[in-house]
Design a binder for this molecule. Structure first.
Ligand code: DHB
Length: 397
């Protein structure tokens, strides 16, 4: 690698500049080694999605505390920027990070529109973009430099649809946030549920920003389905659950089923008994019973004083993917070399075994069916069934 850099520079410099360029080229290579490797996290640290930023920042710092701040002799520098969950801000910050701060990797992206706004910058600058939150299927197709360590809504929605159809639920009303991941959840739940003989008797969408769930919940009550299937982004679950209880829906005979975004570990413990018994599907639970997860949760809580959720685990694994890729390039980095080293990575995450699919650059992982239960006085998503190695169904053309 080092040799090739020197040779390339020599041929570019041409004969006239040879005497001058040789020492410069060598100095340049040595400089690249000494230069810190910068990871620029863009996250919502304020606003409606602030818990996503808080979780991912804590997880990235934990990963570094546990794994050191150098890789192959290269110093790692973490930069955290707050976009407030606003796409124009994300785009502006990404541009600054790439052009002024010269970051080696972009990471984070708390909402789908924020990831979509940054994709062209990753492509133009050949900067790897590690998506540790946003979960609409199409995101990874927006740039060949995107790698995802979170999940996709189709991945988790298909599993709960299968579970519902097998568990005497015949009529379902869907209730989703009205943007990318909600539309994915609605579409993939619906097609799988219908394939298994179920019927969709209503489709409700609520606005992403400052939603008032009351009128939508009234509609669910009026439609009287066997169950309502819900997707809302991280941070909205507690408000939804409160209104679900206040309107008496928990006692109406209408079952609540959801993706695990709703019974988010970040808020679950504050939701109270209305959340008890809610069956949901997701790729990560703080209660996942593996040694690796117990170690992760313990260290995370000791450092941060709050419970890690699915955003935290994606941030932690995102760091691992970046560290491994930098190690594979012997500390040299470079957009294309890093991307090549990220593709096909297989490792044990606190959530279980995962793979970064070399073709799609999306994560392949187990999806668990869980039920909210009380353990030692605390609410947890307790896993009781699993679908192994689920690829994003959104990519199967
Ligand atoms: C997205 C955001 C979330 O908080 C979540 O739980 C799932 C998806 C998103 O915008 O892609």
């Amino acid at each position: 690698m080092q040799k090739r850099t020197v040779l390339q520079r020599l041929s570019l410099a041409g004969l006239a500049g040879l005497a001058l360029s040789l020492p410069l080229a060598l100095t340049g290579t040595a400089f690249a080694q000494a230069k810190p490797f910068k990871i620029g996290f863009i996250l919502p640290m304020t606003g409606q999605q602030a818990s996503t930023g808080r979780q991912i920042e804590a997880a990235a710092k934990l990963y570094m505390a546990q794994n050191g701040s150098t890789v192959s002799g290269r110093k790692i520098e973490l930069v955290f920027k707050d976009d407030g969950g606003v796409a124009d801000q994300t785009r502006r910050i990404a541009q600054e990070l790439v052009v002024n701060d010269k970051v080696d990797v972009l990471a984070g992206f708390g909402l789908t529109p924020l990831a979509l706004a940054t994709a062209p910058i990753a492509t133009q600058s050949k900067t790897p973009m590690v998506v540790t939150a946003a979960a609409t299927s199409i995101i990874t197709e927006q740039s060949p430099y995107i790698v995802r360590t979170s999940f996709t809504l189709p991945q988790v929605s298909v599993s709960i649809a299968e579970w519902a159809a097998k568990n005497k639920i015949k009529k379902v009303v869907t209730f989703v946030a009205d943007y990318g991941p909600g539309l994915d959840a609605e579409k993939f739940f619906k097609s799988q549920f219908k394939l298994n003989g179920g019927e969709i008797t209503g489709e409700i969408r609520s606005p992403l920003r400052s939603p008032d769930f009351a009128p939508f919940l009234q509609k669910v009550a009026d439609l009287k389905p066997d169950a309502v299937f819900v997707f809302l982004p991280s941070g909205q679950g507690a408000a939804f659950m409160k209104q679900f209880g206040e309107r008496g829906l928990d006692k109406s005979g209408i079952k609540l089923i959801a993706t695990g975004d709703v019974t988010d570990d970040d808020q679950l413990n504050d939701m109270g008994d209305v959340a008890l018994g809610v069956v949901n599907s997701h790729h990560y639970s703080a209660a996942h019973p593996s040694a690796a997860n117990k170690k992760f949760v313990q260290a995370f809580e000791a450092q941060s004083k709050f419970r890690p959720n699915f955003m935290a685990v994606a941030g932690y694994d995102g760091m691992r993917v970046i560290y491994s890729a930098l190690g594979a390039t012997k500390g040299q980095g470079g957009g294309d070399a890093l991307l090549a080293a990220m593709k096909g990575q297989v490792f044990e995450s606190p959530r279980g075994q995962v793979l970064i699919d070399a073709q799609t650059r999306d994560i392949v992982q187990d999806v668990y069916i869980r039920k909210v239960e009380k353990q030692n006085g605390q609410l947890y998503n307790v896993e009781f069934d699993v679908q192994k190695a689920v690829k994003d169904p959104g990519k199967a053309k």
